[in-house]
Write a protein that binds this ligand. Sequence first.
Ligand code: ADP
Ligand code: MG
Length: 253
Amino acid sequence: MSLLKVQNLSKRFGGNLAVDGVGFELAAGELLAMIGPNGAGKSTTFNLLNGQLRPDCGTVTLAGRSLVGLTPRQVCRRGVGRTFQIAETFASLTVLENVQMALIAADGRLFAGWRRAGQHRRDDALALLAQVGMQAQAERPCSALAYGDVKRVELAIALAGQPSLLLMDEPTAGMAPAERLALMALTKRLVVERGLAVLFTEHSMDVVFAHADRLIVLARGCLIAQGSPAEVRKDPQVQAVYFGSGRTFGAAP
Ligand code: ADP
Ligand code: MG
């Protein structure tokens, strides 16, 4: 049974059909990569899923309930999380404080109150930090962290909302290759351990082929291929349209 079902999703910007009849499914416990050249419609698809944009047509359901027409806040409340960059104003707070704040915000959302704030949240925040391998750095200000570690904290913040589906648009942008692999290995572990569904975009083919369970490929707004990494790798249309004729999959640039 798929958690997320997307059918015939389309979005036009003026004369530009940015997303053109896209359909795919995503199950709990699955790590799905969306790849495609710049301008293929990946971010627009993410924004259609999370309520930032309203589709011109198409359906999006999470656990059988439609998400179309909901605000980003309402989509989030349904259990769709996304990674946000830690705002500059929060960089001076400690790692722990940032995750505690995310938990308190989630409480406000779930329980309409601040009843569970305080020491209890501190323990939960530490548990989340342990899951992303950041417990030892809990008392450091985020501004003092290495870039890859900031990304781990952002992941812990996203998990504070207890999402069933996590949307990650270019989560490893700006990271060194080893950090990219490490972040996606961590994400993959969370997918397996928590039964989380994750949709992510990523430019490095090394990262995609190392960790994705399945791939969908967009080109000019259309979904041109989907399947296992091995299936997509040998798809002639993917080879031709996405990678250009003559180019094959290989090491990341
Ligand atoms: P990707 O994330 O795959 O690089 P995008 O979804 O950002 O692609 O963009 C798909 C197409 O839609 C591009 O041609 C882009 O210029 C256009 N586009 C994206 N967002 C907007 C917008 N808010 N207004 C107008 N055109 C947009
Ligand atoms: Mg994009």
